[in-house]
Design a protein around this ligand. Structure first.
Ligand code: S3P
Length: 434
């Protein structure tokens, strides 16, 4: 699997803030991570892409420079929200721009706490990009309870806290991915995490030097989700995915698949407490049964719902997924696009106020034969490509280029597993079988 996208962004950002040279192997070479790398370069870090690894020569906490031009974040919400946090406690002005998908995503969720810290924003209507931020000369530490389960918002506040005197605190009631916390500790930040059942409190002491690290990034479980579901759905398949990240804040999909009766086995290596857990996942094809997917799983598998919906469309019986409001503000409105695309491919589904109910085909191939509007969303494009493997007629994705944001080599990997795809033959939007 390509390297984990969330961890890759953080490795570049924290490397840029350390004093000295950080070496990273396994970095995701996807477009989103390249946007972060370009931005860190524009802010003064030196990033060198070698044959086997990437080095980052950091400038130290507080040492970032004002960028000369607007920072182009492409399609990447994580780059944008984390960098807004990071820069909010630096005395500089920066303009953020992005593609059509990113420009409709809400930034108010980070603007609110970062204004409390002292940053000022001039955003487009609805708190959207393009926006210009002026960081604070005298940032103040805040104690912030997350109003929405979001690792991006949590990380933005913690990153702001790095160059802020005193204690910055973030409280969350639903555990979201904790890659920032783990990696900040590894870089030598003074960060503690306490859970009292109802709430987790993360406490960071600012203005501490970060020490450069040697990092090895595991494969991305959110990318692995696509071959995992493909192998479950295509009769006779058996695959093993090696070296994939198994951080428990990211493995909700495996729990959901077990509820659906999937044959998925995980072997975890002992990686030590400050490392990211990783291991191998072995998957065998087999009939899935419909299940109620608990809303509590949502923060641990938020990016995996589109592909889980494809699995549900071929299961026996009804699968109900709830607590999915956040899907509406991802790279696209994933709830709406999945419901539309699944229906166009012959699946039976019903949108609920906060989720979706899907009646599976009982393993019978879906009709397929549809043209899917992926709306600049890599995970929608990949989900329907996988659905095509379990459909009688090919599925056409209007624009597969966003797949390169998170999963370069997706098509080639599926071809080596026996899938057949037809690139670029359908610019005329024909949905004829190929
Ligand atoms: C991410 C957090 C999640 C996730 C995104 C990556 C991160 O977003 O959907 O793909 O790296 O922190 P939210 O924080 O909006 O839930």
């Amino acid at each position: 699997m390509p390297g984990d996208k969330s961890i890759s962004h953080r490795a570049l950002m924290f490397g840029a803030l350390a004093v000295g040279r950080t070496r990273i192997s396994g970095l995701l070479m996807g477009e989103d991570v390249k946007a972060t790398a370009a931005a860190m370069g524009a802010l003064g870090a030196v990033i060198t892409f070698g044959a086997d690894d990437v080095t980052v020569d950091g400038v130290g906490v507080g040492g970032l420079l004002a960028p000369e031009a607007a920072l182009d974040m492409g399609n990447s919400g994580t780059s944008t929200r984390l960098l807004l946090g990071l820069l909010s406690s630096h005395p500089l002005t920066a303009t953020f721009i992005g593609d059509a998908s990113l420009s409709r995503r809400p930034m108010g969720r980070v603007i609110t706490p970062l204004e409390e810290i002292g940053a000022r924003f001039e955003a487009s209507e609805g708190g959207r990009l393009p926006l210009t931020m002026t960081g604070s000369h005298t940032p103040v530490p805040i104690d912030y309870r997350l109003p929405v389960a979001s690792a991006q918002v949590k990380s933005a506040v913690l990153l702001a806290g790095l160059n802020t005197p005193g204690r910055t605190r973030v409280r969350e009631t639903a555990p979201t991915r904790d890659h920032s916390e783990r990696m900040l500790r590894r870089f030598g930040a003074e960060l503690s995490v306490k859970t009292d059942g109802a709430e987790t409190l993360i406490d960071l002491i600012g203005e501490v030097d970060l020490k450069p690290q040697e990092l090895d990034i595991p494969g991305d479980i959110s990318s692995a989700a696509f071959p995992i579901i493909a192998a479950l759905l295509v009769p006779g398949s058996e695959i093993t995915i090696e070296g994939v990240g198994l951080n428990s804040t990211r493995t909700g999909l495996l729990d959901a698949l077990r509820l659906m009766g999937a044959d998925v086995a995980v072997s975890e290596r002992d990686t030590g407490p400050s490392e990211e857990p990783q291991g191998d996942i072995r998957v065998r094809a087999g009939r899935l049964k419909g299940a109620d997917i608990p809303a509590a799983l949502a923060p641990r598998m938020i990016d995996e719902y589109p592909i889980l919906m494809v699995a549900a469309a071929l299961a026996d019986g009804v699968t109900v997924m709830r607590g999915l409001e956040e899907l509406r503000v991802k790279e696209s409105d994933r709830l709406a696009l999945m419901a539309k695309g699944l229906t166009a491919c012959g699946a039976e589904c019903e949108l609920l106020s906060d989720g979706i109910a899907i009646t599976g085909s009982g393993g019978a191939p879906l009709s397929g034969g549809a043209q899917i509007d992926a709306d600049l969303d890599h995970r929608i494009a990949m989900s329907f490509a996988v659905l095509g493997l379990a459909a009688s007629r090919p599925v056409v994705v209007d624009d597969a280029s966003p797949i390169a944001t998170s999963f370069p080599g997706f098509t080639e990997l599926f071809e080596t597993m026996g899938a057949s795809s037809d690139h670029g033959q359908h610019e005329n939007h024909s949905a004829e079988p190929a």
